[in-house]
Design a protein around this ligand. Structure first.
Ligand code: SF4
Length: 275
């Protein structure tokens, strides 16, 4: 097993190579089969996200996210619009999933998140996309809007790793995630990139139709932080492991922003802003 060495420079945010993605340890220990079994159990009585619809997605039933047995992929490409530590100079290997478990009034990807556009892909097809993006030189595989297809993400990673996947996995999420789904991803994801959108339930209801978003997102980000800790960069400036929070700033709501920056573990406080 390769050792991971941490260089204590400044705030200790740098990780010295050699680095290996977390999922290789699970692979060596033969842990994928049980993860996939648990992922399928989640789909059979769906509690893959906080909506807890309890439908049988293995039989193609759908509810709030309109997604059945298989994930729908809208696009996959090297993305140069992500944060510097993800896009680097060869791009972040982005896989955009269609549909969503939230209904954000301000969604910048509305055509992807609310319309059924894209191609239904099984785990082997998604694994093929991951390997293609790796071959193209992308620094990581970046799953965008994966909350409602977290079990399918587990299946895809389990397919891709034995076929040669070796770049870090980024889980790029609204943070409206079920803790059970995040536990399935424990040891598979290197970098969690959650949004934090709303502090107040009434705002979350009005703008995303999810009253419990603030509570669920806080729980989810704490679980992510428990798994991977604060963000660590390699000597090349690329993210290797940790949590990177994107903090939504609503126009005219600076108070909310100050509020949501407090009450977090110091190493888990929002470090980025977006509008
Ligand atoms: S993933 Fe979809 S079906 Fe499952 S609980 Fe969430 S919204 Fe409902």
């Amino acid at each position: 097993m390769r050792a991971e060495h941490t260089l204590r420079v400044g705030d200790g945010a740098f990780l010295v190579d050699p680095f290996e993605p977390a999922y290789l340890r699970v692979h060596r220990q033969g842990g994928f089969a049980s993860r996939v079994e648990a992922a399928l159990r989640e789909l059979a009585d769906c509690h893959a996200c906080p909506r807890n619809c309890a439908c049988n997605r293995l039989k193609g039933e759908t509810r709030a996210c309109h997604t059945g047995r298989f994930a729908i992929v809208s696009s996959a490409f090297p993305h140069f619009g992500e944060e510097d530590c993800l896009r680097g100079w060869r791009g972040s290997g982005t896989i955009f999933f269609s549909l969503c478990n939230l209904r954000c009034a301000f969604c910048q990807n509305w055509d992807i998140s609310q319309k059924l556009e894209g191609k239904e892909c099984g785990p082997r097809e998604i694994a093929g996309l991951m390997l293609l993006l790796q071959e193209r030189g992308c620094h990581n595989i970046n799953f965008v809007t994966p909350e409602h297809v977290a079990p399918q993400v587990v299946e895809a990673i389990a397919e891709a790793v034995p076929l040669g996947l070796r770049v870090p996995i980024v889980y790029n999420t609204s943070a409206y995630d079920a803790i059970s789904s995040l536990r399935l991803l424990d040891g598979l994801v290197d970098i969690y990139m959650p949004d934090f959108k709303f502090w107040k339930p009434e705002t979350a209801l009005r703008l995303a139709r999810a009253t419990d978003y603030p509570e669920r997102a806080r729980e989810a980000i704490r679980e992510m932080h428990r798994q991977v800790g604060p963000l660590k960069l390699g000597p090349d400036g690329l993210a290797r492991r940790g949590v990177l929070v994107r903090h939504l700033v609503c126009p005219g709501r600076p108070t909310r922003r100050r509020q949501s920056s407090s009450g977090w573990p110091a190493s888990c406080r929002p470090t980025r802003t977006s509008t």
